[in-house]
Design a protein around this ligand. Structure first.
Ligand SMILES: Nc1ncnc2c1ncn2[C@@H]1O[C@H](COP(=O)(O)OS(=O)(=O)O)[C@@H](OP(=O)(O)O)[C@H]1O
Ligand SMILES: Nc1ncnc2c1ncn2[C@@H]1O[C@H](COP(=O)(O)OP(=O)(O)O)[C@@H](O)[C@H]1O
Length: 201
């Protein structure tokens, strides 16, 4: 374990409040959790486009992309998924401090790990979105052909097949991507952000 007792927190001259005020909006994280193929990336991109069009500063953190760089050393075992989310949480925190709205799209399959990530933030800084779609439909979509490979035993610990997905217990939004179009799903989230006072119209 690294010894942190000789580290000191440096207070910056420009505060988060000043950055928010310059941007003209609050910063927070929208955390999209759901099975592979449930629609996390598509939805995060659609919501980002809508926010961008309204002039908000945004950034997407996405499972596949982050695992190409920052988390390229991590696999899909229980402890590696946990470390994956911890690093992403800390990264999201930096973006929030910078005044940016973060859209985080990660399977984040374990209840305990999601709680660990959310505990890094103030309660009002995190919105949990459950991107809900049945395993059958995700497999039917099989966007990247991963379910076929997982069924053949070519991918270990694949969520929904050989690794668990624990549904969010009390999410702020449940988006049913099997029923709604991409645009309707994104609009549901934008409406929630407005109703909950996170953004103005
Ligand atoms: N074993 C296994 N299980 C699940 N997913 C796998 C696996 N191996 C590779 N992939 C690809 O990695 C993407 C999920 O990464 P995440 O960082 O979101 O996963 S996690 O939150 O740490 O569980 C996931 O992306 P999405 O399909 O966008 O969810 C897959 O493309
Ligand atoms: N309401 C919806 N929201 C998001 N994606 C949807 C929706 N309806 C259908 N889809 C489709 O489901 C697939 C989801 O893929 P993707 O966004 O990569 O999922 P994930 O990031 O969860 O793996 C895309 O082909 C997308 O067009």
């Amino acid at each position: 374990m690294t010894d942190h007792k000789h580290l000191y927190w440096h207070q910056t001259k420009i505060t988060r409040e000043q950055r928010s005020s310059l941007n003209g909006h609050k910063s927070f994280v929208i955390w999209f959790s759901g099975l592979s193929g449930s629609g996390k990336s598509s939805l995060a991109n659609e919501v980002e486009r809508m926010l961008y069009d309204k002039g908000f500063k945004t950034y997407i953190l996405d499972g596949d992309n982050v695992r190409h760089g920052l988390n390229r050393d991590l696999g899909f075992g229980i402890s590696e998924r946990r470390e994956n989310l911890r690093r992403i949480g800390e990264t999201a925190k930096l973006f929030i401090d910078a005044g940016v709205i973060v859209l985080a799209a990660f399977i984040s399959p374990y209840h305990e790990d999601r709680q660990m990530v959310y505990s890094l933030f103030d309660k009002q800084e995190v919105i949990e979105v459950y991107v809900k779609c049945s395993l059958e439909e995700c497999e039917r979509r099989d966007v990247k052909g991963l379910y076929t490979k997982a069924r053949k035993g070519e991918i270990r610990d694949f969520t929904g097949i050989s690794s668990p997905y624990e549904e969010p217990v009390n999410p702020d939004c449940v988006v049913e991507t099997e029923v709604l179009s991409k645009e309707e799903s994104a609009k549901q989230i934008i409406d929630f952000l407005i109703e909950s006072g996170k953004i103005e119209k």
